[in-house]
Design a protein around this ligand. Structure first.
Ligand code: SF4
Length: 363
């Protein structure tokens, strides 16, 4: 059976810019939303009949824009692409920008998975990092989501925030586990140059590790499986869309700053909102070719992020290889059914292992 693609749609609007954000998102440009959705649909027309079985509406803050625009977008996508009726359809939400009407509209539009950006349960910390929601907004958002019939709900947590302690992280984990979540992503905050928080002191490496260990232990005890370096899910709730990235499956990216991966080639759309709208509505394209994928390198890097691991035969490795034996002996990896799988300790140093493995393979 021919592999189906994923579809990512970028909604680059936010109510407020978080102090650590270096994503492509705009504030105060809501006047362009209608034209932007038109431009997304215009761009989609290039993919008429392409089979897809996951849709991910990310941002920015997709839940910030009028839900009728999301409805219009999904209806148009359904008319253009060949959408599998059992597709996983996710949308990213900010806790303070969803309400029962919006959630009912999402459900009726075919959305069946919500990804809610909590980040931390500490209101003071949320303010300091420039988030505009509170923990009680998150409580309300999850409650309203469940009432609207959503059972597949994910939440994002961040750790290594400036001023954060291990105790704070422990509190976050304890609190978040009181919610009916099926999936949790836990990201280490990396402050990028040019963002307002850049330069603020963050936890040192040992504290950072301790924070992640608290998350790992808490979530595992509650039955969550770590299926990727930063992602945890209850059985059966891995993100199908994100898994396509790690398995090098094809995906189409629609919208400003969106990336696509098709037939081994990578493409990117302009991140400039006005240019994106103008080019697509003018009948042109805002997409540029980036590079041919180096399949072996990417497969090593991406598959070792997951607990499925690297299919060693794909890269000409065997479990009797000295390098592999050394990794296993050092507790950094295990081999199973021809796959090389990093342990928690191995995942801690994922980048160094990838570099060493590429060197071993002469890549
Ligand atoms: S909500 Fe997300 S995309 Fe928007 S400003 Fe905050 S971090 Fe950036």
């Amino acid at each position: 059976m021919k592999e189906k693609n994923g579809l990512y749609i970028h909604i680059p609007y936010c109510e407020h810019k978080c102090f650590y954000c270096d994503f492509s998102s705009y504030t105060g440009r809501e006047d362009t939303v209608h034209a932007y959705i038109d431009a997304c649909l215009k761009e989609s027309e290039k993919y008429e009949g392409v089979p897809i079985d996951t849709i991910y509406i990310g941002g920015g803050t997709p839940s910030f824009i009028d839900e009728k625009e999301i409805l219009r977008l999904l209806k148009g996508i359904g008319d253009i692409f060949d959408v599998d009726p059992f597709s996983e359809v996710s949308i990213e939400c900010n806790p303070n920008s969803v309400d029962p009407d919006k959630l009912n509209c999402y459900r009726d539009a075919g959305i069946n998975r919500l990804s809610i950006g909590l980040q931390t349960t500490d209101d003071e910390m949320l303010k300091r990092i420039g988030r505009i929601h509170s923990f009680s907004d998150f409580e309300r958002a999850v409650d309203a989501s469940v009432r609207a019939g959503f059972s597949n709900i994910s939440a994002d947590l961040m750790y290594a925030l400036p001023w954060q302690t291990v105790l704070d992280v422990r509190k976050d984990v304890e609190r978040i586990l009181n919610f009916p979540l099926k999936h949790i992503s836990a990201y280490e905050l990396r402050l990028e140059r040019g963002t307002p928080l850049y330069g603020q002191p963050q936890p040192d490496d040992d504290t950072d590790r301790e924070m992640f260990d608290v998350i790992l232990e808490g979530l595992r005890t509650a039955g969550f499986e770590r299926y990727e370096i930063s992602n945890f899910a209850l059985p059966g709730y891995w993100s199908k869309h994100n898994y396509k990235y790690w398995e090098l499956c094809g995906y189409v990216g629609i919208g400003a700053a969106a990336h696509s991966f098709m037939e081994g080639k990578r493409y990117a759309n302009t991140a400039n909102l006005d240019e994106y709208i103008k080019k697509n509505l003018g009948g042109g394209s805002a997409m540029v070719y980036c590079e041919d994928s180096d399949r072996t390198e990417e497969e090593i890097m991406l598959s070792l992020r997951t607990t499925k691991g690297l299919n060693m035969s794909h890269v000409g490795l065997e479990s009797t290889n000295g390098f592999i034996i050394k990794m296993v002996d050092n507790g950094l990896a295990v081999t199973r059914d021809g796959y090389l799988i990093l342990t928690d300790r191995g995942m801690d140093i994922h980048n160094s292992i990838v570099v060493a493995l590429l060197e071993e393979l002469g890549i």
